[in-house]
Design a protein around this ligand. Structure first.
Ligand SMILES: *[C@@H]1O[C@H](CO)[C@@H](O)[C@H](O)[C@H]1NC(C)=O
Ligand SMILES: *[C@@H]1O[C@H](CO)[C@@H](O)[C@H](O)[C@H]1NC(C)=O
Ligand SMILES: *[C@@H]1O[C@H](CO)[C@@H](O)[C@H](O)[C@H]1NC(C)=O
Ligand SMILES: *[C@@H]1O[C@H](CO)[C@@H](O)[C@H](O)[C@H]1NC(C)=O
Ligand SMILES: *[C@@H]1O[C@H](CO)[C@@H](O)[C@H](O)[C@H]1NC(C)=O
Ligand SMILES: *[C@@H]1O[C@H](CO)[C@@H](O)[C@H](O)[C@H]1NC(C)=O
Ligand SMILES: *[C@@H]1O[C@H](CO)[C@@H](O)[C@H](O)[C@H]1NC(C)=O
Ligand SMILES: *[C@@H]1O[C@H](CO)[C@@H](O)[C@H](O)[C@H]1NC(C)=O
Ligand SMILES: *[C@@H]1O[C@H](CO)[C@@H](O)[C@H](O)[C@H]1NC(C)=O
Ligand SMILES: *[C@@H]1O[C@H](CO)[C@@H](O)[C@H](O)[C@H]1NC(C)=O
Ligand SMILES: *[C@@H]1O[C@H](CO)[C@@H](O)[C@H](O)[C@H]1NC(C)=O
Ligand SMILES: *[C@@H]1O[C@H](CO)[C@@H](O)[C@H](O)[C@H]1NC(C)=O
Length: 397
């Protein structure tokens, strides 16, 4: 279900928002080739189908030559044999089916006018092919079908491959990611820090990865059960934050960022919309919770939501802000940008990251706020007013 929905979102974007696709700026499109991690097989680090994992690296230069940004690709999850088998035959489960060249835009752009603070860093896009946010370690084999659940090993193999390429003597580093990759950022942030020099400045940024432990409109724990199945199938639990799992009565809950967050020691920035479209469609109003499909119009077009639907969406926003309250109040090293746009992932697309007409809170773009936080230029904790007050949003309709 999850991969499909991402595809649908992209399709909807493409159909209703052609200017967005065109304004990528053909002449400035940076395409970066794929590097397969040959040594991964020694670690048993395979994609679902047994293919080698991969990343795309674009080298930094000038003052950024010793700085590294690693960005996890997103793309939903698979929580049972069937969905994982399907995925293993797709670009989310096998490097065989992936495009070998990736567009680097937004936070991955190499042009200062599109990416003012990170353009000259070494920038890496880590491809996603395990289906469990780079955190599983198990294998399925029943005599005919074989599936590798090796996300944790893929993470390790990629880090070990990049260390001798310069990551090992980084001066500044940031781990980021979007959606399932944004969740991976929470899961691996402190582990990332442990591989870097002690005197390096290391921070983490999650984009659209703050998946909330919220009941759906039928009062079912749909997302919790989905993650339960995923954690069990893919052997995730040993790779969750041990300080969290040893404290919580239900250790599986540590897969949710809100429970793991207090145990993360590295400075962290949370970028998320309070009405994240993926969470709206899969956590708050999954298809199972709306069999009579009252929400179809509202899901596709927020101006079609009625008053009671908007109330429910405001409730979701309130719960997200409540889950972030300690994070907002306690720490000065952390940052956040919680806007009120019907969207999902805002750091990888130029139009939402940094452009004329990008979303703003208090007149600050996402790129400026993240940069101010990373370089300690200013306090960077922005929370938008509730929908529909923000006129700078790029809503997905
Ligand atoms: C990828 O691109 C880099 C720089 O353009 C080049 O050095 C490298 O050989 C390329 N790798 C592959 C596998 O094509
Ligand atoms: C960056 O983008 C600007 C605006 O499109 C362009 O004029 C400039 O040549 C680009 N610089 C680089 C280094 O690509
Ligand atoms: C192995 O699992 C696959 C997928 O669930 C199934 O189609 C196949 O029949 C199974 N084979 C055996 C021998 O159980
Ligand atoms: C791959 O592993 C071998 C043996 O462990 C090691 O000698 C080699 O340097 C590694 N290559 C890369 C690119 O990490
Ligand atoms: C960290 O220490 C090493 C060795 O002393 C030094 O070469 C490097 O420049 C230092 N890095 C930073 C960011 O200070
Ligand atoms: C980081 O993750 C690797 C790979 O799973 C593991 O071997 C290592 O012990 C972890 N390091 C820390 C400090 O947790
Ligand atoms: C959701 O909850 C209702 C009761 O509130 C239950 O009857 C139904 O089976 C649940 N649906 C799913 C998909 O869990
Ligand atoms: C934040 O503060 C609250 C109460 O002020 C405290 O209970 C909580 O443990 C703190 N969280 C962190 C991560 O320090
Ligand atoms: C995690 O546990 C270790 C060992 O008990 C402790 O030293 C560390 O401070 C804990 N970290 C957090 C953030 O609670
Ligand atoms: C969204 O819904 C509103 C209200 O129902 C309608 O006026 C508008 O045309 C719709 N927009 C699109 C793009 O479908
Ligand atoms: C908002 O910021 C832009 C530059 O990013 C500036 O030109 C504009 O004057 C600012 N608007 C307000 C109302 O401060
Ligand atoms: C820091 O942020 C505040 C509030 O957004 C703003 O008024 C101030 O100008 C900023 N300072 C700097 C140095 O950017």
């Amino acid at each position: 279900m999850n991969v499909n929905s991402i595809v649908v979102l992209k399709l909807v974007l493409f159909i209703y928002w052609p200017w967005l696709v065109n304004s990528e700026g053909e002449q400035n499109r940076l395409l970066v080739n794929m590097t397969l991690v040959q040594n991964a097989s020694a670690l048993g680090a395979y994609c679902l189908d047994g293919s080698l994992p991969a990343y795309h690296l674009h080298r930094g230069f000038g003052a950024g030559a010793d700085n590294w940004l690693l960005q996890f690709e997103g793309g939903g999850w698979c929580n049972d044999i069937k969905s994982c088998l399907d995925r293993s035959k797709s670009n989310h489960g096998s490097t065989r089916y992936m495009n070998k060249w990736e567009v680097f835009s937004g936070i991955l752009s190499n042009n200062a006018s599109f990416n003012p603070d990170f353009y000259n860093w070494n920038r890496v896009k880590i491809r996603y092919c395990d289906g469990a946010s780079f955190s599983g370690d198990a294998k399925f084999y029943n005599g005919t079908s074989m599936l590798y659940f090796r996300g944790q090993r893929i993470w390790q193999a990629i880090i070990l491959d990049l260390l001798p390429k310069g990551l090992g003597h980084a001066k500044k580093a940031m781990l980021s990611g979007c959606s399932a990759g944004g969740l991976a950022t929470f899961l691996h942030c402190d582990n990332f820090t442990s591989f870097l020099p002690k005197n390096a400045s290391v921070k983490c940024l999650s984009d659209a990865g703050f998946f909330l432990d919220e009941r759906d409109i039928a009062l079912n724990h749909t997302m919790r059960s989905f993650y339960e199945d995923l954690i069990t199938l893919q052997g995730v639990e040993p790779n969750l934050n041990q300080n969290c799992t040893s404290t919580l009565y239900y250790p599986h809950l540590c897969f949710f960022p809100q429970y793991a967050l207090p145990y993360i020691e590295t400075p962290f920035f949370i970028l998320n919309s309070a009405y994240d479209v993926y969470q709206f469609h899969h956590i708050l109003v999954p298809p199972s919770s709306d069999p009579r499909r009252h929400w179809d119009h509202c899901k596709l077009n927020v101006t079609a939501c009625d008053a009671s639907q908007l109330n429910i969406l405001q409730g979701f926003r309130n719960d997200m802000l409540a889950a972030l309250r300690d994070f907002y109040q306690n720490s000065t090293r952390d940052g956040m940008y919680i806007n009120s746009c019907f969207t999902h992932c805002q750091s990888e697309t130029q139009e939402t990251w940094f452009a004329v007409g990008s979303p703003r809170i208090h007149n600050k773009t996402i790129a400026e706020t993240v940069g101010d936080w990373y370089f300690s230029r200013n306090i960077s904790k922005e929370i938008d007013c509730a929908y529909p007050c923000d006129t700078t949003c790029h809503h997905m309709i």
